[in-house]
Design a protein around this ligand. Sequence first.
Ligand SMILES: [Zn+2]
Ligand SMILES: [Zn+2]
Length: 142
Amino acid sequence: MNATVPVDGEHDGGCLCGYVRYVITERPIDAGFCHCRVCQRSSGAPSIAWLTVDVAGFAYTHGDVAVYRSSERSQREFCPRCGTQIAFRAIADAKTVDVTICSLDDSSRVRPEYHIWCESKADWLRIGDELPQYPDDGPDVT
Ligand SMILES: [Zn+2]
Ligand SMILES: [Zn+2]
């Protein structure tokens, strides 16, 4: 799945207010839009575009994120000052971390490859790209 997504090199990113900053130092494994209800509720938006990277390739460089356990097994990390959602990972033994693509300083460098959880897609949202759409978690590696 990684033919089109990742661009080599370091990626910097952060939240809206600038308190939380992070760096991605490994090539992302994959990337896609998630239309699940948890992403919708937690962002207030119809979907979130995520990239997935090995945990070793992601590090916060400034600020202390707030953590919300959004399910029994996973947590979401966000800026405690401005609320920007930054990351998603397993609570225990996370091998990968998902990072919100639009919190990158240059979101054009990682391109989504698919849409997942389309069974809960907002019914007024018209997907205009040619990417594959999956009703469930599809090829997501997390
Ligand atoms: Zn912030
Ligand atoms: Zn989701």
